[in-house]
Design a protein around this ligand. Structure first.
Ligand SMILES: [Zn+2]
Length: 385
């Protein structure tokens, strides 16, 4: 029983609550443990959508989330008729998408238990989309369970969050992440140590760094950028390097996916079919898909830039650590010499300002600012003493 929760590293406090809810949900009546709407919050990498999906599996699995049965499997891969996993490819979730979703989930669950909707990016709901969703959440007596995920509670409209039970995930410790990488991914101890430390408790990122040499090389390039802002030309070049690396990272993971999706779609229409109706239908569908893929690619580049900016911020964090005499808690200890040298050249006040400038740039990008311009402005700020 309950093995779907095994992957939720360092989240024992919420696993107990979810198990209680699953047990209560079997009694069929609404109880304190089991409610219809939940919000999972936590920093990127804490596993908030992992937790929501595990909960969805446990709710529909005959064995309360064994992780091995057909129900558990199809729920996690999006093939279960009673489980909807909404992953956003664009920058926002629009009201039309919510209306379409509501018409899909309006029916009683096919298996007689629960219908579960996992919304991975509830923070991307537009206001009108959130209002449409609110009506569905408020509806009494339905068998639909809403599992919303967002970085923080503030990212969810107050009207919605007041109707949800809130679960806050923790950032797992560096030691916990290290152990998972060694145990689950067969990564060597030194590499696991390194990846866990530089990814700051972000398990997905840690695994990515540990298993991907080019990502490790890119990290080095990013951490060298603060040392290369000597001239205006170099400053602009640094911004370009950052955006290029992010684009490259994002493309390498989306290109193969795009191709596979198009092939699958063409196969569905019968590739090479010559009937006129079929051919136009297929061409139209491919065009639609390409549009969606483009939106996804844009978002992936933004996510990559965000990851690289976070990495850049750790440089200035470490500078401050050295300045405050706490060098042993450095994240990027492999760059010890460069960071120590930089700590002599800028004041702590300036390091703080540079860190906030990086965070501000991340906020602006999250609000759809132009990536290159934002990075250029940031690099100009970082170039100041
Ligand atoms: Zn199961």
């Amino acid at each position: 029983m309950f093995s779907v929760f095994d992957d939720l590293v360092g989240q024992e406090h919420i696993i107990d609550i979810l198990k209680g809810a699953v047990a209560a949900s079997r009694t069929g009546s609404d109880s304190q443990e089991m409610t219809h709407a939940w919000v999972f919050t936590g920093p990127p990498g804490s596993g908030r959508s992992l937790a929501a999906v595990a909960f969805a599996q446990a709710l529909i699995c005959p064995n309360q989330g064994c992780g091995a049965c057909q129900e558990c499997h199809s729920a996690a891969t999006g093939g279960h008729p009673d489980v909807e996993i909404i992953r956003t490819e664009g920058l926002s979730i629009k009201v039309e998408e919510i209306r379409e979703l509501l018409s899909r989930v309006a029916w009683a669950p096919s298996m007689g238990g629960w219908r579960v909707v996992v919304m991975e990016d509830a923070d991307r709901l537009t206001e009108s989309a959130a209002n449409a969703l609110l009506k569905a959440i408020e509806e009494p007596g339905t068998r639909t369970v809403w599992l919303l995920c967002a970085p923080t509670l503030h990212d969810v409209l107050p009207t919605i969050r007041s109707r949800c039970r809130h679960l806050q995930l923790r950032t797992p410790s560096v030691e916990t992440v290290t152990q998972v990488l060694i145990r689950r991914d067969n990564i060597s101890q030194p590499m696991a140590d390194f990846a866990a430390r530089v990814s700051q408790g972000h398990i997905g990122r840690a695994r990515y760094i540990a298993t991907n040499k080019s990502v490790r090389t890119n990290r080095k390039v990013i951490l060298q950028l603060p040392l290369q802002l000597g001239s205006l030309a170099a400053t602009f070049q640094a911004a370009q390097i950052l955006v290029d690396l992010a684009t490259e990272e994002a493309n390498s993971s989306s290109a193969s996916k795009d191709e596979a999706e198009i092939e699958k779609l063409q196969a569905a229409y019968g590739k090479g079919a010559t009937g006129r109706g079929v051919a136009t239908g297929a061409a139209k569908a491919v065009k639609e898909l390409e549009k969606e893929q483009k939106a996804r690619a844009t978002r992936m580049v933004r996510d990559s830039i965000d990851g690289l900016l976070l990495q850049l911020a750790t440089f200035y964090r470490d500078v401050m650590m050295v300045q405050s005499g706490a060098a042993d808690s450095m994240i990027n200890s492999d760059m010890w010499t460069e960071i120590e040298d930089h700590a002599l050249h800028i004041s702590t006040h300036s390091a703080v300002q540079k860190m906030s400038a990086i965070m501000e740039a991340r906020n602006q990008l999250a609000m759809n600012a132009a990536p290159l311009l934002t990075c250029e402005a940031l690099m100009c700020h970082l170039a100041r003493r």
